[in-house]
Design a protein around this ligand. Structure first.
Ligand SMILES: C[S@@+](CC[C@H](N)C(=O)[O-])C[C@H]1O[C@@H](n2cnc3c(N)ncnc32)[C@H](O)[C@@H]1O
Length: 286
C-alpha cells in the first residue's frame, strides 16, 4: 500500500476539519448504521479488476484510496468545503450548460453521486445512471438517492470501457474525475463518452481549472492527488477535440474550476438528408 504523503491538507487542514468542520458524531452514526461490507457487496461486479493507476495510490491522503470505506464516508463532509465558493453553486454551473432535454444521462466516476442527484433532480423524466469503480462510493450514492426519493441506477464499471450500447445516451458527464486519472486514461474516457453519445449528444466535464492550476502550483499540493500535476499540464479542449467532439468550449468558473462542453458531431449532411440525427432524436426536438 502506498505511504501517505505529507501534504498541505495533512499538515494544516486535517486538524481543522477533524476538530471543527466535520460533524464527527453524525459521521459515526452513519458509519454504525450499516453493515458496509454487505451494502457495498451489492455493487461489486464478479471478478472485477481495478487498473493499477487506481489501486496503487492513495487519494486525498486516504490509504487505499477510493477502495476504502473511510474515503467514501469522508468524501461529502470534506468536499463541501473544497469547492469554493459553494459546492452546490459550482455543480449547478454544469447543469446550466446542458442544452438538450435528455432522456438518458450517464455520470462517469459518479463517486457519492452529488452530481448524479442534481442531474436527476433537474431532469426527472430522464433515466440517470451513475458509474464508478468504488463499491463504497456507490453505496453512499445509493443511500443519498434513496433519501432524496429519486430513482438512479448506480453501477460498478470502468469509465474507460463501459458495457453500454453505442449511441445510447443524450448526455454524458464527468465531475471531478479527470484530475484523478492519468491523462491517457482521461483521453480513453473521452473516447468512450463519444462512443456512448447519440449524434448531437453533449458531454460536460467539470474539474479544476487547468490554467489556474498551472499558474498556482500550491493548489495541486493541497491534497494527495497523484495525477493532478499531469492533469494541470494538459488541455481538456485539445483532448476533447482529439477524441472527436466538436463545438468544444471550456469556461472558467470561480477561477479555480472549469466546465468543458463538447458535442458529438452529427453525421455528414447530404442535400437529401439534412441533419438526419437531430430529426430522429427527440432530445433535440425543441
Ligand atoms: C473525486 S471523485 C468525484 C466523484 C463525483 N463525480 C463528484 O463530483 O463528487 C472521483 C471518482 O472517480 C472514480 N473513478 C476514477 N477512475 C475511474 C474509472 N476509470 N471508472 C470509473 N470510476 C472512476 C473514483 O472511484 C471516484 O469515486
Amino acid at each position: 500500500m502506498a505511504v501517505r504523503k505529507d501534504t498541505i491538507f495533512e499538515r494544516f487542514l486535517a486538524p481543522i476539519f477533524q476538530n471543527f468542520l466535520i460533524d464527527r458524531d453524525a459521521l459515526m452514526r452513519y458509519y454504525k448504521s450499516r453493515d458496509w461490507e454487505q451494502v457495498s457487496n451489492r455493487f461489486r461486479q464478479p471478478n472485477f479488476t481495478y487498473p493499477n493507476y487506481y489501486q496503487a495510490h492513495n487519494f486525498h491522503g486516504v490509504e487505499g484510496g477510493y477502495l476504502s470505506l473511510g474515503a467514501a464516508l469522508s468524501y461529502d463532509p470534506i468536499t463541501q468545503y473544497v469547492l469554493p465558493p459553494n459546492e452546490a453553486w459550482v455543480r449547478q454551473e454544469l447543469i446550466d450548460r446542458i442544452r438538450c432535454y435528455p432522456r438518458r444521462i450517464l455520470d462517469l466516476g459518479c463517486g457519492t453521486g452529488s452530481m448524479t442527484l442534481m442531474l436527476k433532480q433537474k431532469f426527472p423524466q430522464a433515466e440517470v445512471i451513475g458509474l464508478d469503480f468504488s463499491p463504497y462510493m456507490l453505496a453512499v450514492a445509493d443511500d443519498k438517492a434513496n433519501a432524496a426519493e429519486v430513482a438512479i441506477a448506480f453501477l460498478q464499471g470502468n469509465a474507460e470501457a463501459t458495457n453500454f450500447a453505442t449511441e445510447s445516451f443524450d448526455v454524458v458527464t464527468a465531475a471531478l474525475l479527470f484530475h484523478e486519472t492519468p491523462p491517457e486514461v482521461s483521453k480513453n474516457i473521452l473516447r468512450e463518452g463519444l462512443r456512448l453519445l447519440k449524434s448531437g449528444g453533449e458531454a460536460l466535464i467539470f474539474d479544476g481549472n487547468q490554467s489556474t492550476l498551472r499558474q498556482t502550483e500550491w493548489l495541486t499540493e493541497i491534497f494527495e492527488e497523484p495525477y493532478i500535476k499531469a492533469y494541470a499540464k494538459g488541455n481538456l479542449d485539445a483532448w476533447m477535440g482529439a477524441a472527436g467532439f466538436e463545438d468544444v468550449r471550456t469556461e472558467q468558473v470561480w477561477w479555480v474550476h472549469q466546465i468543458t462542453r463538447g458535442v458529438k458531431p452529427l453525421p455528414a449532411r447530404s442535400p437529401d438528408h439534412p441533419n438526419v440525427a437531430a430529426e430522429n432524436n427527440p432530445a433535440f426536438a425543441f
